[in-house]
Design a protein around this ligand. Structure first.
Ligand code: TMP
Length: 253
């Protein structure tokens, strides 16, 4: 079979030309990286899990009227998505202090925040994705004030949805990162949720034990990352099944 044209390869995913104009195929790799790829490994099954989980979250968002790039899952590692112009800002929403915010502001990890806090990071690997303000985004032309207002509204809706879904399976949504893209419809542009939503881009803590079920397991060497993601998928009922048994996905290429 002729291989599709590869358009972009990132740390965790590859984008191929899609079957129709305006579409792309998003392939989930098993590669795990942290600290701007200073730490890296290949985790068997991670791509399969993230493909499923991102499908699950994006489909749920669509069902409550939050627009996303997701069209359909094609196979265990690939999904069909809408092609968007990615806004070069990572949007982080935090409910509980952790990670870089705890470090930067000296707030103990695990401290509940008085309200969800939204931060923007400029997507630039060479600079290590620095935190920026709305002022920077507007002044340097990365987004307009209207875009930023729409991004905040989208991010808060994603936060409400994801918090509820996670709470229902005994998991606290500590924080997460999303990326947002523009699509053009005639003279109008619309912002939609793009990239992926998976345990790679969230912090997820078990409500009872505080056990980490996200990429911090890899960042901090806390155990088997695939086991943690499998547990999230199992609780959400989105594990691939073989003969009716829930199984950890095996590598297919
Ligand atoms: P941080 O505390 O390291 O700034 O991370 C905040 C959230 O963003 C956390 O859920 C992990 C996610 N994240 C990414 O998805 N990609 C990244 O490159 C980084 C640094 C964080």
């Amino acid at each position: 079979m002729a291989r599709r044209k590869k358009l972009y390869e990132g740390k965790a995913k590859i984008l191929y030309e899609g079957p129709e104009p305006g579409t792309l195929v998003q392939y989930f790799k098993d590669d795990a990286t942290a600290f701007n790829a200073e730490k890296r490994d290949v985790i068997d099954g991670k791509g399969v899990l993230n493909n499923r989980l991102s499908e699950f979250f994006m489909s749920g968002l669509a069902a409550i009227g939050v627009p996303t790039h997701f069209i359909k899952r094609i196979n265990m590692r690939e999904q069909l998505i809408r092609s968007v112009e990615i806004i070069p800002l990572e949007v982080v929403v935090r409910n509980i202090a952790a990670g870089s915010m705890s470090k930067r502001l000296g707030i103990e990890e695990g401290t509940p925040l008085p309200r969800p806090i939204i931060e923007f990071y400029y997507k630039d690997d060479a600079l290590g994705d620095p935190i920026v303000s709305e002022e920077h985004a507007i002044a340097f032309g990365w987004a307009t004030q209207q875009d930023l207002d729409d991004m905040v509204a989208l991010a808060l809706r994603v936060n409400d949805f994801m918090s509820g879904v996670m709470l229902a399976v005994g998991i606290k949504l500590v924080d997460f990162k999303i990326e947002i893209g523009r699509i053009f419809e005639g003279d109008y542009q619309r912002l939609i949720v793009a990239d992926e939503i998976s345990p790679d881009s969230c912090r997820l803590w078990d409500i009872n034990t505080g056990q980490k079920l996200d990429k911090d397991v890899f960042r901090q060497d806390l155990g088997d990352l695939a086991d943690a993601y499998t547990e999230v998928a199992r609780r959400l009922g989105v594990m691939p099944r073989t003969n009716g048994n829930i199984t950890k996905p095996t590598l297919i290429n």
